[in-house]
Structure formats: structure tokens, C-alpha cells
Write a protein that binds this ligand. Sequence first.
Ligand code: ARG
Length: 402
Amino acid sequence: MKERIVLAYSGGLDTSVAIGWIGEATGAEVIAVAVDVGQGGESLETVRDRALGCGAVEAYVADARDEFANEYCMPTLQTGALYQNHYPLISAISRPVIVKHLVTAAKQFGATTVAHGCTGKGNDQVRFEVGIQTIGPELKCIAPVRDLALTRDKAIEYAEKNDLPIETTKNNPFSIDQNVWGRAVETGYLEDIWNAPTKDVYSYTDSPEFPPAPDEVTISFRQGIPVAIDGVAVTPLEAIEQMNRRAGAQGIGRIDIVEDRLVGIKSREIYEAPGPMALMEAHKHLENITLEREQARFKATVSQRWSELVYDGQWFSPLKRSLDTFVADTQRHVNGDIRMVMHGGRAVVEGRRSETGLYRFDLATYDTGDTFDQSSARGFIDIFGLSAKVATERDERVAEGK
Ligand code: ARG
């Protein structure tokens, strides 16, 4: 029996050519695996037909949108994860869900190897292969662009020579990766980091410069998960999609950064994540009233570390799993409603309420109803400042040579 290879298939030119390219280079049969994480565009049926038309012996397609929203986007929201304080991990969290389906497909079709279309310069090759190694250690990995010299020019030439059912003429200057959690755009003139992004870069957001009327929204959370918008129940996927539309219309969630790739390269990327950025803002403000102070401070450290692990392809690692447990525990009382106004690129929280909150009017008020005993503050301050005071006295003594 011939060896079998499962290929992470997008339906685009490079992975369409990769089907035949891998077959010719290795003698193996190729099974195309297409996973819908809300990237839009063509239907899974169209993608399946193209894979078979390009020579795949089987095609495995999966609508993983709810799975992606529930198990990947929601933990990212609950963690408040932003790599380098800006990037909501759009591509980084989609790789592990694709990895899961690749491993499932490999088992189902008896494949020994997993192939993907990444280059040798990015983070995604690491995310795919570290993920595969961790949850399918018996599988080998191969990347035709990196390992079998499949360049863009050769792909076009191959598709034309073999009459593959894929367009080779469409010349998009950008490399784009998108899903329901957002969109990432790089290359082309964006590689000159002094250049401003032009209008054609964006698709999930309208320009914040000419916004429509302000949009007031109330988001209800249960354990850190959005469960209703304006009083109407929603699933996580529906919450993200609805907020993508509404926040996107206001130009919210445009991000332009030069980031540190795992492989040591600094690279410029434009992101759009209107729904996620608006949801994260609301969630953060709900945590402000529901998390205890020390827990909230420590969670900021956990969030940063979690973001780095996920960016670096460690989704299935033990440390990431342990941090998930911490974050889940912090979310136990993150229940309530956040009201915010979205307008001109910003989502501004204006109201909050929670049955499980820690905000106490009787402690906070300067009006009648105050129950806080101010006399205890003096002794507290004496002790709180004591060690610094003792040190100052020592410094003075040393300076005076005593
Ligand atoms: N830099 C992002 C990351 O490593 C996105 C990678 C894919 N970007 C793209 N435009 N194809 O997570």
C-alpha cells in the first residue's frame, strides 16, 4: 500500500499545487484536509471538489466554527490575551484547532505524515509541527514550500502545465490569514514599515474616520463568556460575529504592529479584530468589578505568559494547560452586564452591573451610607510605609558617615 499524507488544505493556489507536488516528490497519496474556522469565502463543498480535482485521493472537510469559537476564542477572551500587548492571537489560536483535525484525519485515513503550506520563516510552521508532535507524536511533518522547494513561480507554472482547477492570475500583493477571530495582513508595500496601510488592506472594518451614528450595546457575561447581546441570547460564535459587524462598522480593532516572531525576525502585520477587541474591552471592565485585587494583578502576569506560549505554538503544552486552570478559576464570578458605546474606532464602557461583583457602595461612597471606618487607615499606613522609612534612615546615616 502507498504511504498516505494528510495536507492542511486552504483551497488556494499553493496548497492546491502542493497536492500533486508532494505526490510526485514522495510517491505518497495525498488527503486534503480543509477546516472552516470562519475564514469566509468559498463553501466547503467547493473546496472539497477542488482538492479532488487537483489530485487528492480523499478530502476531509470540517465546519469547526463553533468548536473554534467555544474552545479557542473564548479562552483567549477570558484570559484577555494580547501578544506584545496588542495582538489578539488570531492566527495563533486557529492552528491548534486545525492540528486537531489533521490528527483525526490522519488516524481516519491511515496517514503517516502531515503536510502544511507554511514557509520556513514564520511562526505557523512551528505551531503546526509542535502541535502535531504533541498530540500525534507518531506522525511525521513535511512542508513543501520549505522542504520541497515549492516557490510561488513554480506553483503558477505547475498549475498551468497540469491544468489544475485553480486561478493563477489573481495577483494579491498581500499574504492574508483570516478567521472569525480576526484578520492578519502582511507583505507587499507593508514591509516598508514607514508606509501607512492603504484602504484596500482592510475588510473586517470600515474607516473610523467617518463613522455611522454611535452604537450602544449591552453585553451580558456568564463566567467570562458572552451569553447575551442587548438581552438576546447568543452563542460564542454568534457573539463574535455580531460584534464583528457592529464594532467593524465603527472602525474598532485595527492594529498595526511590528512584532517579534518566534524565529527571531521582526515583522510588520496589520490586524483587524473588531468583535474580539470590543468583547475584550467589555470583559476587562467586568473583571474590574468581579475579580479580587490580588487575583486581578496576578492574572495580568498569567495573561502575558499565556499569550507568549500560545504565540509560540505551545497550545497543547502542560504549562498552558495549568494556566488555563488558573484563568478558569478566576472566571467563576465574572457575571454581569457591560454597557458600552462604540463610535469612531473606540468602544467606551459607560455602565456595569453584576450580582457577583465586589463593588460596595457603602464602602466607596463619600455620601451618607458610608460604613468604612476611616480611623483604621492611620495605623495601616504607618506599618505599610515602615520598611521604606527605616531604609531612608539608614541611607542618611551612611551618607553622614556615622
Ligand atoms: N503574525 C501572525 C502570527 O504569527 C499572523 C501570521 C499569518 N499572517 C498572514 N498575514 N498570513 O500569528
